[in-house]
Design a protein around this ligand. Sequence first.
Ligand SMILES: Nc1ncnc2c1ncn2[C@@H]1O[C@H](COP(=O)(O)OP(=O)(O)OP(=O)(O)O)[C@@H](O)[C@H]1O
Ligand SMILES: [Mg+2]
Length: 503
Amino acid sequence: MLARLASASLRGLEAEAVDVEVDLSRGMPSWSLVGLPDAAVREARDRVRAALLNSNFEFPLRHITVNLAPADKRKDGSHFDLPVAVGLLLASAQIYVENQSVIPFLVGEMALDGRLNPVSGVLPLTIFAQSQGIQQIIVPLGNAEEAAVVQGIEVIAASNLLEVAAHLQGQRTLMPFEPSETTSETEENMLDLKDVRGQHQARRALEIVAAGGHHELMSGPPGSGKSMLASRLPSILPPLTDTQRLAVARVYSIAGEANTRSPMSSVPPFRAPHHSASDVAMIGGGQIPKPGEVTKSLHGCLFLDEIPEFKRPVLEVLRQPLESGTVSIARAADTLTFPAEFQLIGAMNPCPCGYLGHPTKPCRCSQTQVSRYVGRISGPLLDRFDIRIHVPPVEHDELTNMQAGESSAEVRKRVIQARNIQYTRQGEGIVNARLLPTALEKHAKPDEEGSNLLTTALNRFGLSARSYHRILKVARTIADLVGEPKVQAAHIAEALQYRGDSE
Ligand SMILES: Nc1ncnc2c1ncn2[C@@H]1O[C@H](COP(=O)(O)OP(=O)(O)OP(=O)(O)O)[C@@H](O)[C@H]1O
Ligand SMILES: [Mg+2]
């Protein structure tokens, strides 16, 4: 007897069609699994056998062949357990389904007692099933919320193999899963910029960073509010569009972290990996390639606090995604590409003790210590930061006396306006930070006074061609924030303040 079920395997963020074929034939009892399964798929044999027996089914003492077709593609993941188990039950006539062509799409890992455990990648698998015109998908209970985001396919949440078998035979039909109403993450529980007292320049820089999609490096003594400011960037970024939201949800589904972030949330992601993070954690990888921090920050913010403490190779691997907006992960046989468009925000102390340039506290570091510390960030990486500012300490009395700052909602209105201007001028989704030199010459050409100022600054500070472009980009964003079509001297002057002291 032969049973055939539709399934899919994951490759990067996409799902590709796989047929699960189960054949029982005479001969010595044995079980072979063919079709380039990876380790997790091969282990399906042991899990499925135990799950069948513990669910009071028989394990067929026949020659069993499970083929995952097409045979030339690698199959990753443990979500094949359920289709394999159901295929075995069908092939051994332990369950009977009248029309095998309408069997739902089945996804799930099996525990030894027949329970269904959640798996990663359910969102792309559901989107795939829906695109194939399949009417119904059965997923483990723990994955139902994630699958239910997809329109046009009925999601059935099952907790064990017996339930699935009863449902398929029409003995006890499971009801379609209804997603809970409160899936959308509200902006209410986001950190708000109004908590930040004083720090006018740093707040202003953050607004420019949000508006133009720039990368920012903040340097300042401990406790000056750098982490506080960075973690509030998502609250002033424009909400994710529907396409972006789905792309981010796919990433979290593949990463197996769908429960940490609602798939309905339009809040841009904010990731702050610890400085002990490895390069695999940062860019992604592993035996079954999982997205790294650069991909989990998609359309949001990657915050590297204490950036000089990160391992040099970990920082260097950031250069490619920063340039291209994607990250390539080499595997044994091929290369996978994950999206990696994010804004990089770095924070650091100016020296190992943290107090260099502090108005009252003395710095205890030697000149060598300071340059070694600052030198941990390579020139090319430093060059990627359009905006570099110093965040001075806020005095205690300032903290208590000063009024609450402007709220994120107010700032975000201006950011959205400035973004819309950029998209109209440069094309949908193209922010100033991503403008190439030729486009920059066209869209950010300053007026005469601005040009003169820029030339004077170039000569006085000896700025490189790269810094010149960086200043133009930032000035363009500053002009967009006030809806000014032409970049003027005042915008250039302000942009010059954010160029950092290293040049
Ligand atoms: N401008 C500010 N307004 C209100 N509170 C502030 C401000 N700056 C700092 N604080 C308070 O100080 C705490 C420490 O700030 P934060 O962690 O952002 O400092 P930091 O600059 O990141 O320091 P470090 O260099 O040690 O990482 C905040 O949690 C907040 O309570
Ligand atoms: Mg900090």
